[in-house]
Design a protein around this ligand. Structure first.
Ligand SMILES: Nc1ncnc2c1ncn2[C@@H]1O[C@H](COP(=O)(O)OP(=O)(O)OP(=O)(O)O)[C@@H](O)[C@H]1O
Ligand SMILES: [Mg+2]
Length: 230
């Protein structure tokens, strides 16, 4: 299980996260919502080790990982699909997937299951990442994260700028990873409707803080919507 406990993050003088707490259990989906610039990505980057927090701690599978390097956290089972996908445009699909093997158990190869989840990746193995559509790149980014065989998967706005039919595919895969593979999933989303369909728990952020959170059924939908509208 993941426990983010009361973390603070600053960029120089500017405070970005203030006393943020979040939980994610194996087999469940935690969705982080919030308007632009409230700190969602910064929170994800803190969890995966790309930002150094100032206070609080991040506990994964009972161990405080707050001081661990990102590469170590990846080897400890924390997988990450960044906002904007960040695939390598000049590497092939195969090579993009293989970049994640460094974080996988020694001697692993790209798991066949990735091609069952995303058949398009098998078909385009030799194609360059930059030549894929946005939706295909998103599938590649998720496939790359899964190559390291994570037990926690962090996805930062995986549906941003993607056509509805691929969004459906991605939602189906996220649900399967949590419900059938028992992964803990943390998902950042802009759209409450999408989040509500997938999430077990929701946290709504406002200006660097979690303003509202809890099991999805316990939340007042109108109160959530209010925090999300400009
Ligand atoms: N590397 C950085 N250096 C300085 N400020 C930053 C940095 N990264 C983010 N910020 C600032 O921190 C705040 C939170 O940014 P963050 O990207 O975490 O928000 P977000 O909720 O993910 O936004 P979006 O919905 O647009 O993706 C913003 O004011 C942003 O300008
Ligand atoms: Mg963001």
């Amino acid at each position: 299980m993941l426990r983010v406990e009361n973390i603070d993050l600053s960029y120089g003088e500017s405070i970005c996260l203030r006393g943020v707490s979040l939980e994610a259990d194996p087999g469940s989906i935690t969705c982080v919502l919030g308007r632009n610039g409230v700190g969602k990505s910064s929170l994800m980057r803190s969890i995966v080790g790309l930002e150094r927090i100032r206070g609080g701690k991040i506990v994964w599978e009972g161990k405080d990982v707050s001081a661990m390097a990102a590469s170590e956290r990846a080897r400890a089972g924390i997988g990450y699909v960044p906002q904007g996908r960040e695939i390598f445009p000049f590497l092939t699909v195969q090579e993009n997937l293989e970049t994640a093997l460094a974080a996988a158990p020694r001697g692993s190869k790209v798991p066949d299951e990735i091609f069952e989840l995303f058949p398009i990746l098998k078909q385009f193995l030799g194609r360059r990442g930059g030549d894929l559509s946005g939706g295909q790149q998103q599938q590649l980014a998720i496939g790359r994260a899964l190559t390291a065989r994570p037990r926690l998967l962090i996805l930062d706005e995986p549906t941003e700028g993607i056509q509805p039919n691929i969004i459906k595919d991605i939602a189906r895969v996220i649900r399967l990873l949590a419900k059938e593979r028992g992964m803990a999933v943390v998902l950042v989303e802009q759209y409450f409707e999408f989040a509500r369909e997938l999430a077990d728990r929701i946290a709504v952020m406002v200006r660097g803080e979690v303003a509202l959170g809890g099991p999805v059924d316990s939340l007042d939908n109108e109160a959530v919507r209010k925090l999300l509208t400009v």
